[in-house]
Design a binder for this molecule. Structure first.
Ligand code: C5P
Length: 218
């Protein structure tokens, strides 16, 4: 078994987390969902009535990720498991704003780098190949058409009991991508040495196998 780190970046709802989970399971690696960290801090931002004091928000935050067998990643914020709140619409609609703030990014990136220090990690996000793990052994930049991404997210939401429509999701996804790609600090972009993987029209097995082949080729 190779001891490696895999960086998986790409726009919203491109299938990163689903594929990362499968790849990690196949390779006995740990899947780290970095978006959940930004979502947890957004949850706190909303609880603090959209505070603009991001230094205070960070300085008073204790954020831990846990990885218990069978439970996947859980996000513990200020000693409370907030994982189940992180996909709510309010969080999704504010997370790009919160994630664009410097104190928030510095805090999250440091934690992500600590988690990956021992290797054996599949990490997904927006800046993993460019900023968090520039030395990752494999970098994949995953894309899919906006239409397909909205349909996938709608199915996800139905399973989670979150109300939405495909049209609304298409608009939200496009807006979030635009914000993530155009922010000043660590914008979403493909690392020069990342492999682009278009998942449009492909099922989970196909995409997982394509990545496993890339790992074999390392
Ligand atoms: O991946 P997910 O959709 O949960 O990410 C939520 C948001 O968190 C993204 O739209 C982006 O604004 C931010 N994010 C980020 N950097 C990462 C992961 C997520 O800025 N590495």
């Amino acid at each position: 078994m190779k001891l490696i780190n895999i960086a998986l970046d790409g726009p919203a709802a491109a299938g990163k987390s689903t594929i990362a989970k499968f790849v990690a399971a196949k390779l006995s690696m740990i899947y780290v969902d970095t978006g959940a960290m930004y979502r947890a801090l957004t949850y706190k931002y909303l609880q603090q009535n959209k505070t603009e004091d991001f230094d205070q928000l960070i300085n008073t935050s204790e954020l831990a990720l846990t990885y218990e067998e069978g439970k996947g990643q859980r996000v513990i914020l200020d000693h409370k498991d907030v994982t189940d709140y992180l996909r709510e619409n309010d969080v999704t609609n504010n997370v790009s704003y919160v994630a664009s703030k410097e104190p928030v990014r510095t805090f999250a990136v440091k934690k992500q780098q600590e988690l990956a220090a021992k290797k054996g990690i599949v990490m997904d996000g927006r800046d993993i190949g460019t900023v968090v793990l520039p030395d990752a052994d494999l970098k994949v930049y995953m894309i899919a058409s906006v239409e397909e991404r909205a349909i996938r997210r709608q199915k996800d939401n139905e399973l989670r009991g979150i109300e939405s429509t495909v049209e609304q999701l298409e608009q939200e996804i496009a807006e979030r991508d635009h914000y993530d790609m155009n922010r000043e600090i660590s914008p979403l972009k493909k690392a020069d040495d990342a492999i682009t993987l278009d998942t449009t029209g492909k099922d989970i097995d196909t995409v997982t196998n394509e990545i496993l082949k890339m790992v074999d080729a390392i």
